[in-house]
Design a protein around this ligand. Structure first.
Ligand code: DGJ
Length: 721
C-alpha cells in the first residue's frame, strides 16, 4: 500500500471509527438504539423488544429515507427544519441574522444510571441541543426531553421544539386516539394510518385537553388490542398546548413527533437561557394495551402522582346538590349528612366568595377571594370548625387563574388580564384568564391558596378549577414577545404550583377544568387527583373511566355519585364510582332509607378494599365498546386479593351470557369468590357466589358475572384461601 493510499484510508475511515458511536437505551423489556453516522448525525437504528445480545447493535439499521426526500442517510433522532430532510421536523430556529436553518451534529454523550444525555451542536451557529432519555426499567417507561441553548447576540426564535421523534417499521399502523368534548372525555377512536400525516393537537392555553387528549396509542402491525400485539402508548407531560404528528413516509416508516404545539408560539430565547421542552413518556408493549396500561399506572404510582403512597379521602361535594344556592345553615346541615354517610371530607364548591360582586352565578366575582359576608357571615373558619365538630375534614373550591370582568380584581388590575388591546373580548363561561407570565400575577395566584391556608390551617383539600381556555391571546406583560405566551403561561402555573407544594406538602388537591379538561401526567405531579368529567351519568362514566384507565391510576380518578341518569339505581351509580376515587355529590335527603344504607355500607367496603381497587394491576376483561357489558378487575401485587366490577348496560333479549375469564391470579392457588355490596336484605344470585375455585379455573374457564338485566351491577371479591 502506498503512503498516499494509506493516508486516503486514514482520512476517510478514521471519521467512521471516531463517530461510529452506538448508544443503547434499555428498560426491562424495551430497547432503543441510536447511532452516529458518518455525517455525525445521530440516528435511530432500532426501537423494539429488548435484544438479548449487545454485540450486534452496531449492525442494526432501519430503512433509510428515500433520496428524493432526504439527504441524510438515516433516521435522525432530532431532525431539523430547512436543510436536508423534508419530513416533519422536531426543531426549527431563526438565528439572529434571520437564517431559519440549522444542522445538528453529534458532539458527545454520557450515560449515568437511568439517564442518557446526548449533546448535538450546530457547527456554524452557537446553538446546542441536548437530548435526554430517562428510563424507568421496571415500569418499562422511557421519558424524553430536550434542552436548547444558544450564545448568539440578538433575537433568536425557536419555531419548533418537540420533545421526541420515534420511528417504526411495521406492515401497517393503527392509531387509537381519545376524542373528547365537555362531558364526552376520552372516547376511543381508531383508524389506520396510511401515507401522509395525521395530527392530534390542542390550542387551549390553560390546559392540554378538551377536544383532544394528550394520550395516544399506535398498533404496530394491526389495530390495538387489549392483550395481544405490539403497541406504542405515549403521552405528553404538559398542561398546555400539545401536538402529536404521525407521518407515514415514502418508505412506509412511521414517524411520531411529540411535543408542545408550536402554533402561534415562536419562542424568543435569550442568550444562554435554557429552553427545556415538555416531557414525553412512552412504553412499547408486546402484549397489547392491558400491559401498557398496567405499566403506566405503576409508573404513575411509583414516580409521578403527588402523594401517590398516601391515602385518599372519600368526600361529599355540594356542587350538584346546591349549586350557588347555599348559606351557613344549609352547609352545616350537609356536614351532618357527610358524617351520616361516613365520608372523610366535605368539599365546598363554587359560590362562597365576592362582596362588591357576589358570586351568585358564573357571571361575577371570580378573582375576589374574600368570603361573601351576606351568605357566610362567620367566614370560612366557622365552616372548618363546624365540619370538624361533625367529624369530617373540610375542603374548598378555588379557580385562582381566572377572573370575571365583573370583579374588583379586574377593575383594579386590568393589566393582569390576558386580553387583546384592540379587539372585542370573547368570553368563555363569562370569564377571562389571568396573565400567569407576569410574576406579580403568579404571586397573586399563590396568595389565593396561601391566604386561605394562613387563615384556615386545617383545610385539608382544595379543588382547583380552570373553566376557560385562553381566548384573547395577548399578554400585556410580554409586550412584543407574544410568541412566548402559551409556553410561559404553563411555566408560570408550574412555578405557582411548586410554591404551593413546597409550603403545603400535606394539602390534597383535585385538578379540575370544567370536567376533565386538565388531566395530564405532569399536572398530577402537583395534584393528588383529577376530575374526570362533569358527566357523571354512570353509563357514560363506564366509557370515560375505561378510557382514562389506559394511562391513569384509579387513585387519581375522582368518581362521584350524582343525580345524573336516575334510571340507574343508586347501587349501579355507586358501583361505577367505586372503581375510582369515590365521592358523592348528591342530596341525601332525596334517597330512600335502603339507598342511603347502601351508600353507607358501600363506603365501608370501599375503605376496606381501596388498596386493591387502586392497584395498578388492572385487567379490562369485557369492553363496553364491544357489547352491552363491562367488566374490569384489579389484583393486588401478591395476587392474594382481587376485586371484579361487572356491569350490564342494556343487554339484548335472550342474549347468551358467557363466563368471564379472570386474569392476573396465581393459577396454583385457591380463591373464594364472594359478591359484596348487596342492597339491604338482598342475597347474591350469582352462581359463583361463595364458591372456591383454583386460579387456573378462574382464568381458563371463568365465572358468570354479567346478566341479561338492564343496568345491573355486581362487585365481587376474590380472596386467596
Ligand atoms: C366546573 C367543575 O367541573 C364542576 O365540578 C364545578 O366545580 C363547577 N366548575 C363550578 O363552577
Amino acid at each position: 500500500m502506498t503512503k498516499r493510499t494509506l493516508l486516503f484510508f486514514i482520512f476517510h475511515f478514521s471519521f467512521l471509527i471516531l463517530f461510529a458511536q452506538t448508544i443503547s437505551i434499555t428498560t426491562d423489556h424495551t430497547q432503543l438504539v441510536l447511532q452516529v453516522n458518518s455525517q455525525k448525525r445521530l440516528c435511530q437504528t432500532y426501537l423494539g423488544e429488548r435484544l438479548s445480545g449487545q454485540t450486534d447493535l452496531s449492525g442494526l439499521s432501519m430503512p433509510q429515507a428515500g433520496l428524493s426526500s432526504s439527504c441524510i442517510r438515516g433516521l435522525e433522532a432530532y431532525p431539523v427544519m430547512g436543510t436536508e430532510d423534508y419530513y416533519e421536523p422536531t426543531f426549527e430556529i431563526r438565528h439572529a441574522d434571520g437564517n431559519p436553518t440549522s444542522v445538528l451534529k453529534y458532539q458527545q454523550h454520557s450515560q449515568q444510571g437511568d439517564l442518557t444525555s446526548i449533546v448535538l451542536r450546530d457547527e456554524v451557529y452557537p446553538v446546542e441541543v441536548t437530548l435526554y432519555y430517562k428510563v424507568f426499567p421496571k415500569e418499562d417507561i422511557i421519558q424524553q426531553w430536550a434542552e436548547i441553548r444558544h450564545e448568539e447576540k440578538g433575537k433568536v426564535y425557536l419555531g419548533r421544539y418537540a420533545s421526541s421523534m420515534l420511528y417504526f417499521e411495521a406492515p401497517n399502523y393503527y392509531l387509537n386516539e381519545f376524542a373528547s368534548d365537555w362531558a364526552k372525555e376520552m372516547q376511543m377512536l381508531d383508524q389506520e394510518l396510511k401515507f401522509g400525516k395525521k395530527v392530534v393537537d390542542s390550542r387551549l392555553g390553560t390546559r392540554a385537553n378538551l377536544m383532544a387528549q394528550p394520550f395516544f396509542e399506535v398498533g404496530l402491525g394491526g389495530p390495538v388490542r387489549e392483550n395481544e400485539g405490539t403497541v406504542l402508548m405515549g403521552t405528553l407531560g404538559w398542561t398546555g398546548n400539545f401536538r402529536f404528528t404521525f407521518e407515514v413516509d415514502n418508505q412506509h416508516v412511521l414517524r411520531v413527533v411529540s411535543g408542545i404545539n408550536h402554533d402561534a408560539s415562536s419562542y424568543l430565547l435569550r442568550k444562554n437561557d435554557v429552553f427545556r421542552t415538555a416531557d414525553f413518556f412512552f412504553t412499547l408493549s408486546q402484549n397489547g394495551l392491558g400491559e401498557g396500561s398496567r405499566r403506566f399506572q405503576r409508573w404513575m404510582m411509583n414516580h409521578q402522582l403527588h402523594k401517590a403512597k398516601d391515602d385518599r379521602m372519600t368526600l361529599l361535594n355540594n356542587w350538584e346538590n346546591t349549586y350557588f344556592d347555599f348559606n351557613e345553615e344549609k352547609l352545616v346541615a350537609l356536614f351532618g349528612e357527610a358524617k351520616d354517610l361516613g365520608v372523610d371530607l366535605f368539599l365546598l364548591d363554587d359560590g362562597w366568595f365576592g362582596n362588591k360582586y357576589p358570586r351568585k352565578d358564573d357571571h361575577a366575582g371570580l378573582g375576589d377571594w374574600q368570603v361573601t359576608k351576606d351568605k357566610l357571615p362567620q367566614g370560612v373558619p366557622y365552616l372548618v370548625k363546624k365540619a370538624k365538630e361533625n367529624g369530617v375534614a373540610f375542603g374548598i373550591w378555588i379557580e385562582p387563574e381566572m377572573v370575571n370582568p365583573k370583579s374588583e380584581l379586574a377593575e383594579k388590575h386590568p393589566d393582569w388580564l390576558i386580553q387583546l388591546p384592540s379587539r372585542d373580548t370573547y368570553y368563555f363561561r363569562n370569564q377571562m384568564v389571568l396573565d400567569l407570565c407576569n410574576p406579580k400575577v403568579q404571586d397573586f395566584v399563590f396568595g389565593v391558596v396561601d391566604d386561605l391556608m394562613q387563615e384556615n390551617p386545617e383545610i385539608k383539600f382544595m379543588k382547583w378549577d380552570c373553566n376557560s381556555p385562553i381566548t384573547n391571546i395577548y399578554s400585556p406583560y410580554l409586550k412584543e414577545n407574544q410568541g412566548n405566551l402559551y409556553v410561559d403561561y404553563v411555566r408560570g402555573l408550574y412555578k405557582v404550583l411548586d410554591r404551593v407544594q413546597e409550603k403545603y406538602p400535606d394539602l390534597y388537591m383535585m385538578m379540575c377544568s370544567g370536567g376533565g379538561g386538565r388531566s395530564d401526567v405532569v399536572g398530577l405531579r402537583y395534584f393528588t387527583e383529577f376530575w374526570c368529567s362533569d358527566n357523571t351519568d354512570p353509563i357514560e362514566r363506564l366509557f370515560i373511566q375505561w378510557g382514562y384507565s389506559h394511562f391513569m391510576p384509579a387513585k387519581a380518578m375522582c368518581a362521584h355519585v350524582t343525580e345524573w341518569n336516575r334510571r340507574a339505581s343508586i347501587k349501579f351509580r355507586v358501583d361505577v364510582a367505586f372503581q375510582g376515587k369515590l365521592g358523592f355529590d348528591i342530596g341525601l335527603k332525596g334517597l330512600s332509607n335502603d339507598d342511603r344504607q347502601y351508600c353507607r355500607e358501600a363506603i365501608k367496603e370501599y375503605k376496606r378494599l381501596k388498596e386493591v381497587v387502586w392497584s395498578p394491576n388492572l385487567y379490562r376483561l369485557v369492553s363496553p365498546y364491544e357489547g352491552q357489558h363491562c367488566v374490569v378487575q384489579r389484583v393486588d401485587d401478591s395476587k392474594s386479593k382481587s376485586v371484579v366490577f361487572a356491569y350490564d348496560i342494556h343487554p339484548r333479549y335472550g342474549e347468551t351470557i358467557l363466563p368471564t375469564r379472570l386474569m392476573g391470579l396465581d393459577a396454583e392457588a385457591k380463591y373464594r369468590v364472594k359478591e359484596i355490596c348487596l342492597m339491604p336484605g338482598k342475597q347474591s344470585w350469582l352462581p359463583c357466589n361463595d364458591k372456591v375455585y383454583t386460579g387456573d379455573y378462574l382464568m381458563k374457564v371463568g365465572i358468570k358475572v354479567t346478566s341479561t338485566n338492564d343496568l345491573a351491577s355486581h362487585i365481587i371479591e376474590v380472596v386467596k384461601e
